[in-house]
Design a binder for this molecule. Structure first.
Ligand code: HEM
Length: 503
């Protein structure tokens, strides 16, 4: 008890953690004592991902995480994944909050070494020192992000794009009509259709370009772009978590990954160039796309292009998988969907009523449905930071350079943090009923490195959802879908949702 109190004092003290470490070390447990699966000589813990003998599956990292929590508790050490520093899995929102609150000015998210290699070695001649945002750290990340933060994260920034976001959502609502079969169900490739909406929407926001993704016959390169982004997300965890043979030779997964990244770069650059050519330097900034704004402000073609590339890399699948998941949850929870219909129909009395930002501001149940889906099934199930100094985490001494992985999905599905956590209860997010731990569900991350596209993603999702719910009742009559990481945490299956016209 006494030991705990002393420890708490150190944790709450405002002095630099580094300075207290030597004094604190005798009061906190040593790093070696953090529980976790024991590594084998030579193979470390990497063997656990091997077929036949291992019990860790890349597509089911969610289940791996749950099992580790059940076996070892709120803090788990995963060492000996070949090619990676040690990882500490944190299943405790209090500890996660402390790590976030102590973040320095350049927080380091455990980088994707494979993307780092692509940007800084393989394609160095293109990216140069800048690299962009994703898989970039330190001063280069800070310089880059400071140039785009205000343009992307100010509350009003996304609202400037509400018109193009709304038009794209409207096109998708119309496309749903063409896609329905005679039973009013979506075809097997419905998730791909949602990716098309997401890509079109981002192209309008980031570049002010119509790619034509929602046309009956979309340009071939748009589908190639979607496929390549998918390949990127599918191959990343394989390259990061399994034995990294790609560091020694060109494995098929690595070659596929590099080809996908090259393809994303090539196709995006074509549209980026088009957007740059279209830029009217006299036009007021408010009327420009995100990339054009950056170009106009900083007069740096490379900076603007690399930003746009990063946005396409991570801003398409994330948003579309979120929409797929929300639609599915509403379909399998019809009584909650009914409440949403009532909210939206009241604000938009007929199907042609214009959806305004003021309407959206009043749709609190709609936002609650989005948050509740992201709690149950966050598209990014875990996030992380690398420690830049020695720290005390969960009562243990953790040295500099360890990767702390925040296990958001496991935490936000526990009854201690959300009562009846396995049920879809959007009401828990309504203001008068909100009483959860602020770090128990963080779908967009937190702090200086939080999601740069959060405001855009939220507005895109809210707008599309409001329009769909105003026009259709969504049903689902097939076998229940399991969630699967492939490449995001998504209902795995053909997603044959049924869209019934509303009056
Ligand atoms: C539902 C949709 C989305 C979800 C759930 C999501 C989630 C996340 C998360 C969890 C992070 C890590 C944050 C952290 O480390 O604290 C992140 C980073 C990022 N996201 Fe998103 N994201 C979404 C959509 C988007 C969109 C639409 C864009 C671009 C338009 C975008 C751009 C980025 C960028 C550039 C970063 C890296 C930020 C940095 O490292 O400084 N995201 N996102």
């Amino acid at each position: 008890m006494k030991l705990l109190k002393i420890q708490k004092r150190f944790l709450n003290s405002s002095c630099n953690v580094k300075n207290v470490i030597s004094e604190a070390s005798e009061f906190c447990e040593p790093y070696e004592n953090i529980p976790g699966p024991k590594p084998l000589p030579l193979l470390g813990n990497s063997w656990r991902f091997l077929p036949l003998i291992g019990n860790f599956q890349i597509q089911h990292i969610d289940k791996v995480s749950i099992n580790l929590y059940k076996k070892y508790g709120k803090i788990v050490k995963m060492q000996g994944l070949l090619g990676r520093p040690d990882m500490i899995f944190l299943f405790d929102p209090d500890e996660i909050e402390k790590v976030f609150r102590k973040e320095d000015s350049m927080p380091l998210r455990p980088s994707m070494p494979s993307l780092n290699y692509y940007k800084h070695v393989l394609r160095k001649e293109f990216f140069g020192e800048q690299g962009g945002i994703i898989a970039v750290h330190g001063i280069n990340w800070q310089k880059f992000r400071s140039k785009v933060n205000q343009i992307m994260l100010q509350p009003k920034s996304a609202r400037l794009y509400s018109k193009v976001i709304s038009q794209t959502a409207e096109e998708f609502v119309q496309r749903i009509k063409q896609l329905r079969n005679q039973d009013l169900e979506m075809p097997d490739g419905f998730l791909n259709e949602i990716h098309r909406w997401s890509l079109e929407s981002l192209a309008r926001i980031a570049l002010d370009i119509r790619m034509g993704c929602l046309d009956a016959n979309p340009p071939q390169d748009t589908q190639k772009l979607i496929d390549s982004i998918n390949t990127f997300f599918i191959n990343v965890p394989i390259l990061e978590l399994k034995i990294p043979f790609w560091r020694l030779f060109n494995t098929p997964t690595f070659v596929e990954y590099i080809n996908a990244l090259d393809c994303i770069k090539e196709i995006c650059l074509k549209y980026i160039k088009q957007s740059m050519d279209n830029l009217d330097w006299q036009v007021e900034e408010n009327q420009l796309s995100v990339m054009q704004k950056v170009l106009k402000r900083h007069k740096n073609v490379k900076l603007a292009s690399i930003l746009a590339l990063d946005l396409f890399l991570v801003g398409v699948d994330t948003t579309s998988n979120a929409i797929a998941s929300i639609l599915y949850q509403l379909a399998i929870n019809p009584e909650k969907q009914q409440i949403l219909h009532q909210e939206i129909d009241k604000l938009l009395p007929n199907p042609n009523s214009e959806l305004t930002l003021e309407n959206l501001d009043q749709m609190s149940y709609l936002k609650a449905c989005i948050k509740e889906t992201m709690r149950l099934y966050p598209v990014v199930i875990g996030n992380g930071r690398e420690t830049s100094i020695d720290s005390i985490i969960g009562g243990y001494h953790v040295p500099k350079g360890v990767q702390i992985i925040f296990q958001h999905y496991v935490i936000s599905n526990q009854d201690v943090y959300f009562k009846k956590s396995n049920q879809f209860i959007p009401e828990r997010w309504l203001l008068n009923q909100k009483n959860h731990h602020p770090f128990a569900s963080l779908p967009f991350g937190f702090g200086k490195r939080m999601c740069l596209g959060k405001r855009f993603a939220e507005l895109e999702i809210q707008t599309l959802l409001a329009k769909i719910i105003r026009n259709y009742k969504i049903e689902y009559h097939r076998d229940k879908l399991d969630y699967f990481i492939h490449p995001m945490y998504t209902p795995n299956g053909p997603l044959n949702l049924k869209f019934v016209n509303k009056m």
